[in-house]
Design a protein around this ligand. Sequence first.
Ligand code: EPZ
Length: 426
Amino acid sequence: MDKLIINGGKKLQGSVQISGAKNAAVAVIPAVILAEAPCVLENVPSISDVTIDLQILREMGADVRVLDKSTIRIDATHIRDAVVPYEMARCMRASYYFLGTLLTKFNHAKVYMPGGCDLGDRPIDQHLKCFKALGADHSIGRGIVEISAGKLIGTQIYFDKVTVGATINAMLASVKADGLTILENAAKEPHIVDLANFLNSIGADIMGAGTDVIKIRGVKRFTGANYAIIPDQIEAGTYMVAAAATKGDVTVNGIIPKHLEPITAKLRKIGAKLEERDESIRVMGADTYERTNLKTMPHPGFPTDMQPQFAALLTLAKGTSILTEGIFDNRFRYVDELRRMGADISVDGKVAVIEGVERLTGAPVKVADLRAGAALIIAGLSADGVTEIEDIQHIERGYEGMDVKLRSLGADIVKRRFTDGVRTAM
Ligand code: EPZ
């Protein structure tokens, strides 16, 4: 088992190149199934969720070639209608995007129920509602979701709640449906727009992505395309918060500042100094931070995927901060681990009350999910002493080479392999 060992207290300084967006890549890669010629995807992040997505495509018979670290050529023109295997589907939530894309390709799809971060209840009722509205029947049995349709027919769908996944699956399932599909109360995240842009680049007819009404007119054929994935605003936000927490001076490069507005605004509000340029943001940490209140909301609100990281920073702010998780039932599984490091946080349902403390101290901690892991790294970087972080496979799902990037910014962080508690290779 690998661990991250951090000797905290070092200011992060320098610049870091942000990779492609995980949540865009895991939507675009399944969508390549629809292309009737090979596609080349650029700026693909080298993370384990992408590795699994590409494995699923290979299992189905796609020809997948890694042209360089972040460029992949995929020829899915001869894939067969196969079940997305359990051992892959259970590793990530985004495996359920194969439902929408295979339904469009074969009028049929069989995918094991998705896994991914345990953030409390994560139903798929809105996904199933979309497939039904488009004319598909579904059954769930033996852990498998199976959907099939004689014909997919465009329709009007109003989401009962804003959901990124169901908005994406609805787009994937309606791009070849007969006639017009209108999605209302749709999610507006940058990765929704990125998927729509990719689909349009292979011949789809999608308008309004990024607003709460998306119109999709079914088309008959798709071409291939060369397409570059957008930069990851959550990875960028994570390094920005790490810079603030270590009172450092870090520039995140290769980003789209507009995607980071809620994070930039919050960092300024508590006292960090930021300089924005066309494709980069510089974050200069402050000696002390003001308390703040924060509620996570669908885009363009403060993103839930930055909630744990910001909480780690607020453990060091002066006074009492109130943090409300507006999206998931239980996204506070990192709090016990921060308490081991001296944080003063109490949680009641979806609300965390954070009393600022002078400093955190290093401790052995465990990662519960992807962004919880990022929060523990940020806490370890700012803490006095050594923090040992276990279960880092969660972090490697969504952050490309995080230890390497942090070391390039001056962090004292190493990855070590342990077998039965004894350090071995690395
Ligand atoms: C996506 O998850 C992201 N994952 C999550 O990122 C992100 O936190 C989330 O969107 C919100 O932005 C990927 O893109 C792969 P939702 P998703 O459907 O699609 C409820 C990360 O750290 N809901 O927008 O699962 C649901 O329970 C990950 O990168 C239903 O009730 O999120 C939640 O409370 C974690 N019924 C809310 O909606 C449904 O059918 C929002 O979920 C679907 C969702």
